[in-house]
Design a protein around this ligand. Sequence first.
Ligand SMILES: [Zn+2]
Length: 311
Amino acid sequence: MSLKEVNCGSNALFVIGAHALSTEDEEVMGLLLGKLDYDKRNGIAERANIFKVLPLSRTDKRADRVEVDSSQLAIASEEAEADGLTVVGWYHSHPHITAAPSHVDAQTQGQYQALDSGFVGLICAAFQGDRHDLPPSLKVIAFQSDDTTNQPGGIFSASSSNANSQRGSEEPPSYNDLISTTRGATTIRRLWRSREIPLNLTGDFHQSTSSSSSLKALAKLQDALLQEETQSFSFYVNDITFSATSSRIFCNAVFQQSLALLTVDSLTPLLHVAAAKLIAAKKRVQDLKSKRDSLLLLLRQQQQTVSEHKE
Ligand SMILES: [Zn+2]
């Protein structure tokens, strides 16, 4: 048995959406920080509560594939612990395709669940439809995977070769896509099948999910995107085959163009969000001041009434 439902704070979902919309051509990926609720009778995780997300910078980015440096996972665990949270799952985007988990997604999720049965996957489908006159749409689903290796219709195979557990193309599973666990001298290949889990949008009740915290996460998103571009630039500019002056000029031009696109597509919308939040915060302050003034007036009137009664 696994999770029955997933609760996601609105600020966390906002950051996932912003990350998914940051690029139309490649998948993005990040981690979900929060807490798991366990069934007291059997100690099995039944609910995942997502309070915060951590966008990750990619070491390989394509339309149907994303890879990250494993050192980021250790940093994420430390950050979660600092807030009294744990890493409860991962998210990735599906630009221009449906939110349905691919076979590779199901295998990857199954691999994570082998480590922690409460681990959950979120998929954010972005840029659905081809009409550019409409605002970009988003759909988010939560899923886990069931091990169907020994069920009717499941695939079972024993082999001594190692399976490739890396996330790859969104094509039907080949034997190399299937996650393997070693038993003795042979390798048991497992078939995981994805299952959607009810996803609830909740308020931001945890201290780490305040509005300023979500803005910090959005700022980290900018850092992650900038880091990706800087790493790509360093890789190519230090490549011996790009040593010619014209090649270096080309690398610099591409890097500058990438930074300009980041500014237009990601940083500028973020500044608009920050400006909108500032206006909303100022209005909130004004409303609270008006409420305070009316309460103080009411208090003075009541004090006056009490003193008149005494006289
Ligand atoms: Zn996917």
